[in-house]
Design a binder for this molecule. Sequence first.
Ligand code: NI
Length: 161
Amino acid sequence: MKTFLEEFRQTLENAAGRLQQLSDEQSRISKTPGKWSAKQIMGHLVDSAGNNHQRFVRAQFKDDLVFPGYEQEEWVKVQNYETENWRELIQLWKSYNLHIIHVAENIPVDILRKKRVKHNLHQIAWKTIPEEEAVTLEYFIRDYVGHLKNHLEQIWSQYKI
Ligand code: NI
């Protein structure tokens, strides 16, 4: 987990630099009609960070991994991410994730690895796990990072940066 989090920190640093290559105007405009722009994708990743930060803390005070989902498309819409300042959005995303790394580093290994029989990762995970299969908090954290990286890939391929 330690190496994994170190690599995640590197991903954040590299991605933040790469994202800065886009201007405020470029990041506002989607290259694929009907798909999220870079600003909207980063906004979605801020929403994901906020929700998952809560989950990673709360998971330490209970036995299950059952958490509320959130209406992802609606969240992006009502927050009007396309009018937010691009550089500040990148900064917020990076800082929030650095804090999540800090949170994850402070979770005792027995809690990370504890088998959770009751969960709803068949609904809220990026790579879902069947309801009848036990899961761990470590899996859920890795899944969170997988989702984040997947959306970064979307930006790289959409904007050719
Ligand atoms: Ni997503």
